[in-house]
Design a protein around this ligand. Structure first.
Ligand SMILES: Nc1ncnc2c1ncn2[C@@H]1O[C@H](COP(=O)(O)OP(=O)(O)OP(=O)(O)O)[C@@H](O)[C@H]1O
Ligand SMILES: [Mg+2]
Length: 412
């Protein structure tokens, strides 16, 4: 304790002095003139730390008259003091005035570090928010990049039906003018003076216009065209579903096999020339998920499977479930993965593909999507024989689980 000034206060009992010494908080005992009568070791230590001389009076001198007056009036004051303009201090003062005298007890706290921690926390929070936005943008751009990769294939998939629908329309136009000519002929003959005598003309017109052939071909052309239009509508719809990304989306029950088929539809043009496809689907319950993000996982796995097959090969899609989980697997008969690459599969930017072919983000993003759904991706592979990627997802998301949390990558 610092030496009390000339006039000892005599206001603290021995017990109170003993307690003040033991207290970890800096405690000062002042009179109305702000003279220090007692200061416990914590107050002296604080003075040494903040002012450098260990004198409780220096601690008092840090605070202006108005600030002390506010502390006395309200019992509490918190604010910044600047003994050194470069290093502002945040202080908190708790004040209790004696009911009988004009003396008061003050607890002075240096909350600079607490304030600093709050500032750091706020900064950290802002960084987390920025990272979440960046991750969303990454997800979106990866998705757009894969759509870009697929654009030529998708354009072809759309062009093909549009091509034959267009050519069918040309033929249908010819057929309809032939049919209209025949109708005209009927009309002409029917309303002539002697229709009976002119029946042969109708027979000839039918032959000339090839009406029997038209009648046989017309329903086919119409149903083929309708099919083509439906196919284009489906691809456009699949693309729309696929390109949706957003933090605000809510997990909803979805049919994963339907999602897998839609995604297959988008990549099929890239695969169809070299891949024989087998589906071993077991029907699945609806799974609570962000369907468009899970479709992105399927897309990455299907693209990887296709890229692993150099000449010709097989891709097997399979599914299964138990009471808690569902799984969907993509097995290819491609090149396989060497054991030394296995631990790195889910690392961002890990790729063995030539520049321009792979960015190494497909599996990293798939991993984070599946982790967000509290699921996992299991991998088995044999060099020269092929690989299986199995996505396992819980059927229901626990309400208490935070969907934004992520886990560390699995050891493949
Ligand atoms: N089915 C597979 N067969 C063999 N190797 C695979 C298979 N799937 C992934 N890999 C290996 O894992 C690496 C990382 O895959 P990932 O999908 O993350 O990136 P990428 O396909 O190289 O590039 P991106 O997907 O960004 O276009 C691949 O480069 C490849 O070496
Ligand atoms: Mg990939």
């Amino acid at each position: 304790m610092s030496e009390p000034p000339a006039q000892p206060s005599g206001l603290w009992s021995d017990d109170a002095l003993w307690a003040a010494r033991a207290i970890q908080f800096p405690v000062l005992f002042l009179d109305a003139q702000r003279r220090v009568h007692q200061a416990n070791p914590a107050a002296q230590a604080l003075a040494a730390k903040l002012v450098g001389d260990g004198r409780a009076e220096s601690l008092v001198a840090l605070v202006s008259d108005e600030q002390w007056a506010a502390a006395l009036r309200d019992g509490y004051w918190k604010g910044i003091v600047r003994p050194d303009p470069q290093h502002p201090l945040a202080l908190e003062i708790h004040c209790g005035q004696s009911p009988d005298t004009d003396h008061c007890l003050m607890v002075v706290l240096d909350i600079s570090e607490r304030d600093e921690r709050q500032r750091q926390y706020a900064e950290l929070q802002r960084t987390v928010d920025r990272l979440a936005t960046a991750q969303e943008q990454l997800l979106r751009s990866e998705k757009m990049a894969s759509i870009g990769q697929l654009a030529a294939g998708v354009a072809h998939e759309i062009n093909n039906p549009i091509g034959y629908v267009g050519s069918n329309l040309g033929t249908l136009q010819d057929y309809s003018s032939a049919l209209l000519s025949l109708v005209e002929k009927y009309h002409e003959v029917l309303f002539s003076e002697n229709p009976q005598a002119r029946r042969q003309e109708i027979v000839q017109a039918r032959q000339q216009l090839d009406i029997d052939y038209i009648l046989g071909d017309l329903p086919n052309l119409l149903s083929e065209s309708r099919e083509g239009i439906e196919r284009v509508t489906k691809i456009v719809q699949d693309l729309k579903d696929f390109s949706r990304v957003g933090r605000d989306q809510k997990m909803q029950p979805a049919d994963l096999l339907q999602g897998l088929d839609s995604t297959l539809n988008i990549v099929w043009n890239d695969l169809k020339y070299k891949v024989r496809l087998e589906k071993h689907y077991t029907s699945l319950p609806l799974v609570e998920c962000l369907a468009s993000e899970i479709n992105q996982v399927f897309l990455n796995l299907l693209l990887n499977a296709g890229q692993a097959i150099e000449q010709r090969g097989t891709i097997v899609l399979a599914s299964g479930c138990d009471d808690e989980e569902v799984w969907i697997s993509v097995t290819d008969s491609g090149c396989g993965i060497p054991p030394e690459a296995m631990p790195h599969l889910f690392d961002p930017f890990f790729t063995t593909k030539p520049i321009g072919r792979g960015t190494g983000l497909g599996l990293a993003i798939s991993y984070s999507i599946v982790a967000k759904h509290h699921g996992r991706i299991e991998v088995t592979s044999k060099v020269g024989q092929g690989s299986t990627f199995r996505v396992v997802l819980p059927i229901r998301q626990e309400p208490a689980q935070d969907p934004s949390e992520t886990a560390s990558p699995p050891s493949a």
